[in-house]
Structures are given as structure tokens and as C-alpha cells.
Design a protein around this ligand. Structure first.
Ligand code: HEC
Length: 144
């Protein structure tokens, strides 16, 4: 009986250590940005706008509406950079800014391709490069 309890407790402790270890590992693998509340809200709001563009681009592609693809992508292009809070820009590191810029350039590329009558295959290939930029940054950076 005692042996059973000892094994149960050992097992519970081992699971706890493994769980804590994996949670810590998940947090520590990313660089966490130290932003104030307003800067974090600004960044999150820009992020949600990127996802809206992505969603609208796909919906327009589904309708074979190239003008719709162009409009949806263009609003998250370089035009968006001017709308970011100055204090936020100053706090971000160069690699983060470069990754962010590549996403805006990527949306302009999608908009240009749609304007120039790109095929569905070309757009899918640009979209796959684009979502790869999102996941690359998300796996490297988070907010504190
Ligand atoms: C330069 C880095 C970077 C790039 C590129 C990037 N993101 Fe983010 N994103 C972040 C960070 C940092 C957060 C905050 C994560 C956290 O809460 O820890 C975030 C959060 C988000 C969120 C959650 C917003 C909220 O309200 O909490 C969404 C949605 C999002 N990103 C969408 C996207 C999409 C779509 C793309 C690509 C088109 C993208 N992001 C590209 C850095 C980036």
C-alpha cells in the first residue's frame, strides 16, 4: 500500500516538474518585449489589422476578385508603418523592425501582383511566404 502511494506521489511530482519545465521552455524560447500598456495595445491592434487583411485577401481570391485582393492587401502595406506610435518604434529592436517591415512589403507585393493580374497560384505562393513571416516572428517574439 505504502509502495503504491510512494509511486503515485513520485509520479505526480515528476509530471509537475516536466510540465513546469515545458512551460518555462515555451516562454524562454522567445524574446519578450517590454512595452507599456498603450504601446502593447497599439502593436496588438496593428496585428489584428494584419489578420483582417489576410482574411479579406483570401475571401477576395475565393470570389476571383483581384481588385478586392489589391485593396485588402494594400491597407496593410507600407502605408501602415506611418500609423505606428513613435515611442513604440523607438522601443523595438532592429531585427524586429526588419521582420515587421518585410510583412508590410509582402502585403504591397500581393497588392501589386493582384493589380498586375497575377494567377491564383502566384498569389498562393506570395501568401505562403507572407504567413511564414508571421509565424517566424511569433515564434521569436512575445510581449512581457
Ligand atoms: C515583427 C514581428 C511580428 C510579425 C512579422 C507579425 N507579428 Fe503578430 N504579433 C507579434 C507579437 C510580438 C505579438 C504579441 C504576442 C504576445 O502576446 O506575446 C503578436 C500578436 C498577434 C496577434 C494577436 C493580437 C491580439 O489582439 O492579441 C495576431 C492576430 C497577429 N499577431 C497576427 C499577425 C499576422 C496575421 C501576421 C502576418 C501577416 C503577423 N502577426 C506578423 C509580432 C509579429
Amino acid at each position: 500500500m505504502q509502495n503504491y502511494f510512494t509511486r503515485l506521489i513520485t509520479c505526480a511530482i515528476a509530471s509537475l516538474i516536466l510540465l513546469t519545465g515545458s512551460l518555462n521552455a515555451a516562454e524562454e524560447s522567445r524574446t519578450l518585449l517590454n512595452l507599456n500598456a498603450s504601446e502593447a495595445a497599439n502593436l496588438r491592434s496593428e496585428m489584428r489589422a494584419l489578420l483582417v487583411s489576410l482574411s479579406e485577401v483570401l475571401a477576395a481570391m475565393d470570389e476571383n476578385d483581384l481588385a478586392g485582393v489589391e485593396a485588402a492587401a494594400r491597407k496593410s502595406g507600407m502605408v501602415m508603418v506611418g500609423q505606428v506610435e513613435v515611442s513604440l518604434k523607438e522601443k523595438l529592436t532592429k531585427p524586429f523592425i526588419m521582420l515587421g517591415k518585410s510583412v508590410h512589403v509582402g502585403f504591397d507585393d500581393i497588392a501589386d501582383a493582384a493589380r498586375d493580374g497575377a494567377s491564383r497560384d502566384d498569389l498562393i505562393s506570395l501568401l505562403s511566404e507572407q504567413t511564414n513571416r508571421c509565424t517566424t516572428c511569433h515564434s521569436s517574439y512575445g510581449l512581457q
